[in-house]
Write a protein that binds this ligand. Structure first.
Ligand SMILES: N[C@@H](CCC(=O)N[C@@H](CS)C(=O)NCC(=O)O)C(=O)O
Length: 212
């Protein structure tokens, strides 16, 4: 069985849980207490060199990290990753967008806001993150203005990945009110069979106030 190295408040891990749920694939969870430094051990770095979650271990002992790489691997051969080379690369285009733009803006800001670390950041830095979050959501909203999902291939891992942090933008202090296409897309993603409703706040972890 696949082992998922997990931390419950991580939406990077949630996106992998979502796909596994939608694939109806069984897995076991191994929790890593990232704010207590469990990710920085030699043992865990042999699984993911960056020390971050998520990662997976396969039954044959192979390991893989980076949430979007996990999605590509796990979705291989399913309806969530087209086999056509161009369509597959278009899905990857949005996975890279998520990794470059969403993680560094909405996701980072949400982490700071939900763990009180915003108090340790300068006003300029917070303002820059808010502005870049709004820019990222604007790109997404324009893309979704004439597309139901992010690519022509329908609901794919690109949607799962981008959705993971974007639908929680209000927890980053960024309202989605003006992003009407994003709001409509959120409803469509939530309506997919096997959708995973449960997300976890950082407050379930008494160590989450610590800096990484
Ligand atoms: N680009 C990575 C980011 C992973 C990441 O930042 N994970 C966070 C939790 S959401 C983490 O484990 N942080 C602890 C650390 O970086 O040491 C991915 O997509 O998997």
């Amino acid at each position: 069985m696949i082992t998922l190295y997990d931390y419950l408040p991580s939406q990077n891990a949630w996106k992998v849980r979502l796909l596994l749920n939608q694939l109806e694939q069984e897995y076991t969870q191994h929790f890593i207490s990232i704010f207590e430094g469990e990710g920085r051990t030699d043992e865990y770095r042999a699984i993911n060199p960056t020390g971050a979650v998520p990662a997976i271990k396969l039954p044959d002992g192979s390991v893989l990290a980076e949430s979007n790489a996990l999605l590509v691997y796990l979705a291989h051969g399913s309806q969530f990753l087209p086999s056509d080379p161009l369509q597959q690369a278009q899905v990857q285009q949005w996975l890279f967008f998520e990794s470059d733009y969403v993680q560094s803006t909405v996701a980072t800001l949400r982490h700071w806001m939900m763990t009180g670390k915003d108090k340790n950041r300068s006003a300029d830095m917070l303002e820059a993150k808010r502005n870049s979050s709004i820019n990222t959501l604007s790109v997404l909203d324009r893309r979704l203005s004439d597309n139901e999902f992010l690519t022509q291939a329908g609901y794919t891992i690109a949607d799962m990945s981008v959705y993971a942090y974007v639908h929680l933008a209000d927890e980053a202090g960024v309202a989605l009110d003006n992003f009407t296409n994003v709001q409509r897309w959120i409803i469509s993603v939530k309506a997919q069979p096997g959708y995973l409703d449960k997300v976890y706040p950082y407050s379930i972890d008494e160590h989450s106030f610590k800096e990484l």
